[in-house]
Design a protein around this ligand. Structure first.
Ligand SMILES: Cc1cc2nc3c(=O)[nH]c(=O)nc-3n(C[C@H](O)[C@H](O)[C@H](O)COP(=O)(O)O)c2cc1C
Length: 156
């Protein structure tokens, strides 16, 4: 078993992070999202340094995290490959006040100003200060051992 295989055992939620950079929308599937601090309100995720969208997320001033709903595994796949135009094709999102795109049916969203960039090996950790946020109905999509799933509460 590789290190990557072992890391994949850690179950997470799934997000699509969006940015607005050079008058274009950027988006990427991300499961490294995590909450950090309530006061100030900070979150983080890590972006691969070799990612084509790395520059947009580091230089775009901030990012918007869309926490995907359990029926959105297809959207997670759509935002992990292809061109940016292909990823956003046909999507009817709404724009946050920052101009960043909110995807339909997300169970939560966090619009963040970039607060700090921490270089960390082959990724950069992007700490964001939450400027605006909201929630929707439904349960979040889960991801473990490279498979999408749902989270059901245990019986009481
Ligand atoms: C479930 C899942 C989670 C992912 N999480 C991350 C992540 O946290 N950080 C990251 O840089 N890439 C992550 N990726 C991979 C990126 O989505 C993918 O490398 C990126 O969209 C490639 O496109 P780009 O090079 O045009 O940016 C994840 C992919 C999947 C399917």
């Amino acid at each position: 078993m590789s290190l990557r295989d072992a890391m994949s055992c850690f179950a997470t939620g799934v997000t699509v992070v969006t940015a607005r950079y050079q008058d274009a929308d950027w988006g990427m599937t991300c499961n490294s999202f995590n909450t950090v601090s309530l006061d100030p309100a900070l979150v983080l995720w890590s972006v691969g340094r070799s990612s084509h969208s790395h520059e947009a997320f580091v230089k775009g001033g901030g990012y918007l995290v869309n926490v995907l709903e359990q029926s959105q595994a297809g959207l997670a796949q759509q935002f992990s490959r292809g061109t940016q135009a292909q990823r956003f094709a046909g999507l009817q999102g709404e724009r946050a006040a920052s101009g960043r795109l909110r995807l339909p049916r997300a169970v939560a969203w966090f619009d963040c100003r970039l607060w700090q960039v921490l270089p960390a090996g082959d990724h950069d950790i992007l700490i964001g200060e939450v400027q605006d946020f909201g929630t929707g109905p439904g349960r979040g999509l889960a991801y473990a051992r490279r498979q999408f799933g749902t989270v059901e509460p245990l019986p009481a």
